[in-house]
Write a protein that binds this ligand. Structure first.
Ligand SMILES: O=C(CO)COP(=O)(O)O
Length: 121
């Protein structure tokens, strides 16, 4: 089963929930891991979610570690381009790790849909 990581900043959580609902059939067949607060919202769609720590408390870093270990097929990370984040170094680290290990990472719904289309069996 493929593991998909879902992460959204606060200004993008509603967009993430809408994205999950739009792709629920695919996501139901995947193992979902998410940063804490995002994952709580995603669970409300009925999806099973492995919750990591909240982003500012190390959740991005945990997901980056999974990506480095080859455990993640794709990362959907809706960043808020208008927000400021105390854990910006962790965010940059997650992006760097995804590039280092060639893990697909989408930062908006359009690219997220393309990743999911690419991962369909
Ligand atoms: O901050 C985040 C990503 O950088 C997301 O964390 P939460 O899902 O816990 O809000």
């Amino acid at each position: 089963m493929k593991t998909i990581a879902l992460i959204a900043h606060d200004g993008k959580k509603a967009e993430m929930v809408a994205f999950v609902k739009d792709h629920i059939e695919f996501l139901k067949k995947a193992h979902i891991v998410a940063t804490g607060t995002t994952g709580g919202f995603v669970q409300q769609t009925g999806l099973d979610v492995e919750l990591k720590l909240s982003g500012p408390k190390g959740g991005d870093a945990q997901i980056a570690a999974m990506a480095a270990e080859g455990k993640i097929a794709g990362i959907i990370f809706f960043r808020d381009p208008l927000g400021k984040h105390p854990h910006e170094p962790d965010i940059q680290m997650l992006m760097r790790i995804s590039d280092l290990y060639n893990v697909p990472l989408a930062t908006n719904p359009a690219t997220g849909s393309l990743i999911i289309a690419g991962l369909l069996d």
